[in-house]
Write a protein that binds this ligand. Structure first.
Ligand SMILES: Nc1ncnc2c1ncn2[C@@H]1O[C@H](COP(=O)(O)OP(=O)(O)OP(=O)(O)O)[C@@H](O)[C@H]1O
Ligand SMILES: [Mg+2]
Length: 277
């Protein structure tokens, strides 16, 4: 579980808070999507969960963040990393090795995983990320989507309870983005991993996440089950978050549908059929 209470953070050289008084609880097994315009504080929140804030990014930190019972301020980054696996927004900066195999092996060795367990765990993680065929490849030769999956596999190999990803599909096309989210769903449903993901593609996010949190100007504006949050489509638009077209459509025909909101294309199709019947 992640518990965030009264979290405010201001970077050392900044003149305003990047996060203001955040209250958020993420229960075990949740799949939480974080959305919000650029500069809203999404990355700062992610860094607060994995401990980079305040351990690596200094500033004024108020309140508390507890991850699986550990206070992030009082716990060493390496201990936090055993529980929270993080894929950073700039995935290239996260890569430490020249080859796919070394990238996975490095993390496992660092965690002190026994030698005879390393190979099976690498194979399992690459399989889970759908990239067993990338074994032996040089990281510099991979596409953006492949690199993203290598970063995810390297984290999965460490078997964290909580997986945090900051815009993992940033530069990827829709089909590859969907593949990434399928991996996340599999981890969430099959292994009960808690998933927290920052994502701009709201339609995609809404089809996979269980809950959404909307940040704006450092504040947590709305948080709740996906459908509840999408119902606030007017407020989302004010904040500058583009609502999925299916949501806007169902808002426009709300009077005809008894207030139902579609969160997926399939649901929107059913709604329209209902209206036309
Ligand atoms: N290292 C830093 N030093 C000072 N200010 C920073 C630093 N990193 C971020 N900020 C500021 O903190 C605020 C929140 O930034 P953050 O990167 O968390 O936003 P974001 O929602 O992730 O944005 P984006 O969608 O562009 O990734 C912004 O005003 C930003 O300018
Ligand atoms: Mg960011």
């Amino acid at each position: 579980m992640i518990e965030i209470h009264g979290l405010s953070f201001r970077y050392a050289d900044a003149d305003r808070d990047a996060l203001q008084n955040i209250e958020l609880t993420v229960p075990d097994g949740d799949f939480l999507g974080i959305i919000g315009p650029s500069g809203a504080g999404k990355t700062t929140l992610v860094h607060s969960i994995c401990g980079l804030v305040p351990h690596r990014r200094g500033g004024d930190f108020y309140g508390s963040v507890t991850v699986d019972g550990m206070d992030t301020v009082e716990t060493e980054l390496t201990d936090l990393a055993r529980v929270v696996g993080t894929v950073l927004q700039d995935v290239d900066s996260q890569m430490v090795a020249a080859s796919v195999d070394d990238e996975l092996r490095f993390g496992l060795e660092n965690f002190g995983v026994p030698k005879d367990e390393i190979e099976p765990r690498m194979a399992e993680a690459l399989g889970a990320a759908g990239i067993s065929d990338l074994r032996g490849r040089v990281i510099g030769s991979l596409s953006g989507g492949q690199k993203q999956r290598v970063a995810i596999a390297a984290i999965l190999a460490l078997r964290p309870k909580i997986l945090v990803l900051d815009e993992p599909t940033g530069e990827l096309d829709p089909a590859v983005s969907e593949q990434i989210f399928r991996i996340l769903r599999e981890m969430n449903e099959r292994y009960g991993m808690t998933v927290v993901v920052v994502e701009q593609k709201i339609m995609l996010l809404s089809s996979y996440a269980k809950r959404l949190a909307v940040l704006n100007g450092g504040r947590l504006e709305i948080a709740g089950p996906v459908r509840e949050v999408l119902k606030e489509s007017g407020r989302l638009e004010e904040i500058g978050v583009n609502c999925p077209r299916v949501v806007t459509l169902s808002r426009h025909i709300r009077d005809l549908t008894g207030g139902k909101i579609a969160a997926t294309v399939e649901e929107a199709e059913a709604l329209v059929r209902e209206v036309l019947r």
